[in-house]
Design a protein around this ligand. Sequence first.
Ligand SMILES: NC(=O)c1ccc[n+]([C@@H]2O[C@H](COP(=O)([O-])OP(=O)(O)OC[C@H]3O[C@@H](n4cnc5c(N)ncnc54)[C@H](O)[C@@H]3O)[C@@H](O)[C@H]2O)c1
Length: 331
Amino acid sequence: MDAQHSELVVRRGARSGLPTMVAVHSTARGPAIGGCRLKHYPDLNAAIADVLRLSRAMTAKCAAAGVPFGGGKSVIALPPGTRLDPDLRRAAILDHADLIADFDGDYRAGPDIGTGPADMLEFPHAFCAPESAGGSGSSSEPTAIGVRAALRAATGSVAGKQVVLVGLGSVGAYLAESLIRDGAEVTITDIDAEKHLPATRLGAKWVAPEQALTVPADVLIPAAIGGLIDHDTEIAADLVVGPANNQLVTDDVADTLADKGITWIPDFVASAGGIIYTIAREVDRLPHDAALAEVDRIADTVRTILDTGATPLDAAKTLVARRMTEPGHHR
Ligand SMILES: NC(=O)c1ccc[n+]([C@@H]2O[C@H](COP(=O)([O-])OP(=O)(O)OC[C@H]3O[C@@H](n4cnc5c(N)ncnc54)[C@H](O)[C@@H]3O)[C@@H](O)[C@H]2O)c1
């Protein structure tokens, strides 16, 4: 927990026996929002480090997106080798619901790795419940649309451009489809070899994960997990922009990328399409098309930070710092 976090609660679930946790980084601009992640971790410390890092990034994401919410995140941590059968999963979700209730609305969950819209029905404060239940459903497509807005602002048309996509998951699949439709030459990698066939069917080339970053390309799209890029990571693309959270191992990697002539669009700017859309639908009650139009604001933010002359990360941090002094309601 760093000096800026407002709250971290870690508890063993009464029903499941699994560690369950909520981190609230900031409520300065409004209640903390962030996804609930359900996955295996090597140990408890790794899960706590993840929830703290991700909740901090959510504060920046909300501020950069100009939405009146703060940063939070939650994790249900599966110890190595745990088999998550339906009974254990349900017990874990109900334990997590109890913990969220204790935050009394100061933390509002959403889906993340390992959870989905249906789980949100169990939580007392949550976004992205299924549309059939009155929520706005999965935010994967608007997240992909936000990445496209960032890409457009940074590089214009993708027609004829070489794009490498890391991670053909729910956001990656929308991205691959739309990029290929718009004439990009897309190369895909995924740690899951079963994604090879769907990638080929989309009309993309396939590359092994360990070779993906050095494939000559105009654009690299990280759409898998975080921690992809360190100081000594070799990247062939000129532009890196994608939905994955916490792409850099540490913030100062942004300077290294800038020194190498690689433009990195901060992940907390490029990945905000989902929250912008969800808040537009569920808080502002906008219809689908109007909510998607809000996602396009990401293009303006990217243009603004690329115009400053500072590195994109420094420019985005300056924007976040300014927004943090003007709590909430900027829309
Ligand atoms: N879904 C959203 O609305 C949303 C919003 C904001 C940010 N994000 C972030 O975007 C990223 C993708 O989200 P998603 O919902 O598509 O996730 P997902 O779990 O559906 O897909 C992730 C994909 O990445 C692959 N992968 C995992 N590790 C990999 C590795 N080391 N190398 C190559 N491939 C690997 C997985 O096999 C999977 O196919 C995540 O970092 C997520 O936190 C998602």
